[in-house]
Design a protein around this ligand. Sequence first.
Ligand code: ADP
Ligand code: MG
Ligand code: ZN
Length: 446
Amino acid sequence: MKYQPIIGLETHVELKTKSKMFCSCSADYFGKEPNTYVCPVCLGLPGALPVPNKTAIEWCIKIALALNCKISNISKFDRKNYFYPDLPKGYQISQYDEPFGLEGNIKLKTKNIRIRRVHMEEDTGKLLHANVGGKKVSLIDFNRSGVPLVEIVTEPDFENAPQVAEYLQKLQQIIRYLDVSNADMEKGDMRLEPNISLVSRISNFQFPISSENLPKYKVEVKNINSFRFVARAIEAEIIRQGELLNRDETPTQETRGWDEKKGTTVSQRSKEEAHDYRYFPEPDIPPITFGLREIRAVREQIPELPDEKRKRFEKEYGLSSHDVDILTRERSAADYYEQAVKDGSKHSLTPKKIANYIINKKPDMDKTVPGELVELILVTHQTTEVSSEELKQAVRQVLLENPKAVGDYKAGKTQVLGFLIGKVRAQLPPKSSSEGIRELIEQALK
Ligand code: ADP
Ligand code: MG
Ligand code: ZN
């Protein structure tokens, strides 16, 4: 390859606050009947005044802190003016020169990605292009209008699509650990915009690239809603721009869209400059100041994040990085594992054995509480064979002797299974291999 790709990424994350960014409408709009979650503020009616959502701002700062950003002491909202039917006010309330967070980073395996800014804004309505009575029409649903959005902008530090994919996995995981968004791609909770340019490999440059060494153009691919598509869009752009450069043409600075069917990007509009948006301070919302104490209070709400947790799991439980990656993928799974380790230590079950069991057998963590899991692991580690008749007999007896547990189970407290399994095991000779106890009990209690 003659050219080195240079990629920067803008990511929009929709927050799962109860209400919208500047009004009290519910922000839980997904799948609801169109235009039922609206009010004068989010419809942009004349005279309606925005009132910022404090939780949304705190969550934006939480994200910024988790990404190692500096938090500005003073921030403000600005109006970004442009005309589009999904934007009823004719401007979007966003942040321009004083965002909440600045200069953070996410560490990938082999490189550091700098985060330029983290800012707060509001979502737009949603356009739907349909066919009504044989006519092509565009319909607008304003339920999404005004839902809090956090935008995370990186420096142009990515060298290829796999790095972008790794970054996105990490970002999504951090957002989910923070519990501020479902970060669900299918529902549009996260929307991605890669910016791509190519530079000749013979020119003298190194990452991180200083702004004077950046190519004179960049192409932004808008609104991609899948990690896979973002990688494909980047690959397709690298090929398209490479071909232009080979012909001694400079790619046009523009915004393009991703056409999944064609597997190519398509031109949408030539890129606007910041001054086209006529940004100016939002006059209806005073600047927002943060004291150290307020920032500290937000910082204290941040849980242990994936990188720290991975390190601690490796050290504390002696696990491989592969095992740790799986166990910490979700915060709830990591918590589950740690509880099982605690419960298991009473039976001298090692953290490694528990990790192996979880990783290989993939137990349903919603149905099996950690204590029960420990029982299951103990059971699988037994060896002596017991006849199925013996086993059935033991189950029958235990169920007879424990009517309360049986009642609880039938009332839906399935966690008593662990207790019953333990009782059955106690009936059997030591070291019995008693696979199938669980199934027998479940059958008997159907
Ligand atoms: P704009 O003002 O047009 O939105 P910015 O300079 O704010 O442009 O950058 C937007 C995004 O584009 C950032 O993620 C940035 O890292 C990235 N970017 C900037 N220049 C380039 C370039 N030459 N090639 C690829 N990405 C770039
Ligand atoms: Mg942009
Ligand atoms: Zn509203």
